[in-house]
Design a protein around this ligand. Structure first.
Ligand code: FES
Length: 357
């Protein structure tokens, strides 16, 4: 019997863990904390594999076949990396490379996952048991013993006593990950200032807007009310090796709205042309391409984490994790009616970074 503070009422150990309905005590209805009974286990259902050796062998075969299939997927992913290399001058090669590596990895993961689940459900022990939850905090004795163990370890290792060794070890552990940070530099361009590269794109005054991926310059008259185009700077596709990173920075979405729907700040009045506006396609969250335009609401949606931008209001963020609006590209029309940029973006495109001004 254990004494509980429930009105001085004694609770048995069984009460503490099991069901006890409402009670009346001294004429007052009392609802105990155990008013909801323990439903217990549903009746045990034996599996086919427990009673039928043929079914057991079949399940075993399925499991190891799935695991071997996973090996095939992994090997295929490595082979695909070699067979379908990425050629910077051929965007199609990126698609092939990603497709076949992705298929291999998907097969590997899927087969591994299904195999493991099947193994667990069909072959591993089906025994059901109850593990009573214990208080998380240890007893005073356990805690005191833990402190003792730490102190013994400190004594034996000399960690607290040999301060030179201790401090040099801490220094070595701090320094150890630093080469990885430095190696990140290798991901950026070697002969140019990466910060300057991030601050500018290929757009400059007079560059024509061209349809992606054909590279055909686009006229203002081609952009009908409600339409949206994926746009790159004219000539981008002729750059050496295609310069994929330039495209990644310079990609733009072009949309035509009713000019009456546009809320334009005074300093940006001249950045659009007859309701046609151009915004960077690179999400300001972590840089996914913002590719979904909702014509009715004039919202742009980033598929990665669902940030939404209001095209009528300088692409302000109206939902999601992005913190900054999409940068606007100031546009105009040349003497032949083609849409041209008035300048580069006036701020860096894409996600924030340490040195961003
Ligand atoms: S990258 Fe666009 S919302 Fe995260």
């Amino acid at each position: 019997m254990a004494n509980d503070d429930n009105g001085g009422k004694d609770l048995t150990a069984a009460d503490a863990h099991g069901a006890r309905p409402s009670e009346a005590s001294a004429g007052t209805a009392v609802v105990t904390r155990d008013a909801i009974g323990n439903p217990g286990f549903p009746p045990h259902r034996a599996r086919m594999t427990d009673s039928d050796p043929t079914a057991e062998r079949k399940a075993e075969r399925s499991v190891y076949t799935l695991f071997y299939l996973s090996v095939v997927g992994s090997v295929w992913a490595i082979a695909a990396y070699i067979i379908f290399p990425i050629d910077a001058a051929d965007p199609g090669s990126v698609r092939l490379n990603n497709l076949f590596i992705g298929l291999g990895l998907s097969l590997a993961l899927l087969a591994l996952g299904i195999g493991a689940v099947h193994w667990g459900k069909a072959l591993m022990s089906d025994h059901e048991g109850i593990d009573i939850r214990h208080p998380v905090r240890g007893t005073e004795e356990t805690r005191a013993r833990a402190v003792e163990i730490f102190q013994e370890a400190d004594q034996e290792s000399g960690f607290g006593r040999r301060t030179l060794i201790r401090n040099s070890l801490i220094g070595a552990l701090i320094a150890f990950p630093l080469p990885a940070v430095v190696l990140f530099r290798g991901l950026g361009p070697q002969d140019e200032d990466p910060v300057a590269l991030l601050e500018h794109t290929m757009w400059k005054k007079g560059t024509r807007l061209a349809i992606d991926p054909s590279g055909r310059p686009i006229k203002a008259s081609d952009v009908t009310l409600g339409s949206a185009f994926h746009v790159i700077p004219e000539g981008l596709q002729d750059l050496e090796h295609g310069k994929l990173e330039e495209k990644a920075k310079a990609a733009v979405l072009l949309m035509r709205l009713d000019p009456a729907d546009l809320i334009e700040a005074p300093d940006r009045k001249g950045w659009s042309y007859d309701g046609i506006v151009a915004y960077s396609k690179i999400c300001t969250h972590v840089g996914c391409p913002v590719a979904l335009y909702e014509q009715q609401t004039h919202h742009l949606l980033c598929p990665c984490h669902q940030s939404q931008f209001d095209v009528t209001n300088h692409c302000e963020v109206i939902f999601g994790p992005a913190k900054r609006p999409l940068p606007q590209l100031p546009i105009a029309v040349d003497s032949e009616g083609y849409l041209i940029a008035q300048s580069d973006f006036t701020e860096p495109v894409g996600p924030s970074y340490w040195e961003r001004h």
